[in-house]
Design a protein around this ligand. Sequence first.
Ligand code: GSH
Length: 218
Amino acid sequence: MAEVKLIGTLPSPFLYRVIWALKIKGIPYEFIQEDLTNKSPLLLKYNPVHKKIPVLLHGGKPVCESMIIVEYIDEVWQQNSLLPHDPYERALARFWVKFAEDKGVSVWRMFRAKGEELEKTMKETEEMLQTVEEHGLGEKKFFGGDNIGIADIAFGSVIYWLEAIEEAVGVRVIFETHKFPRLHAWIKNLKQVPTIKENLPDWDWMVAFFRGRREAIL
Ligand code: GSH
């Protein structure tokens, strides 16, 4: 098996998508910690377009963009499939991945906002959660049914980080309204999957990290 390396910075939610996929597949890898305040020649060489982490190196070849990396991992290592085999189910999974990509950014806008802008981004985040609650989850354990799949990986990094961002920003509107029983059940299911549970950033450290970053930005 070609050597696998992962360039990333903790506690990036995009990085964790890739970590989870590698762990679910049982692929050993070397982690290379990147300093985003002083980007390394390695990162600039392997992701010259966006200069962002995560970057997966497989046999020396780079793959960029977290969800593209997750799909790549799923294609190369076929055990514990993350995408369904059925074409229609596959399309549905990709639909929710795209939704997470398009709408999940409101969480990061929340992190960087205050006052009216914060209110606006919280509303956008709430609308995103409402849509997932109504149309994404149904009565299923995970997006695709009984097993964790690609849409869970995409949303896991949005929702778990949202909980930490709420803590850091000091707003608890979204997660204390109990408007989202399916989402709450889903996140509980997700955190019970051993490969996820064992590979989450330390909660207190992450909240302190985001608090510090927010103070520095605003
Ligand atoms: N769409 C990208 C993905 O899914 O991989 C987003 C990756 C991303 O935003 N990474 C951040 C980064 O590298 C860290 S969380 N930022 C450096 C920069 O913007 O210069």
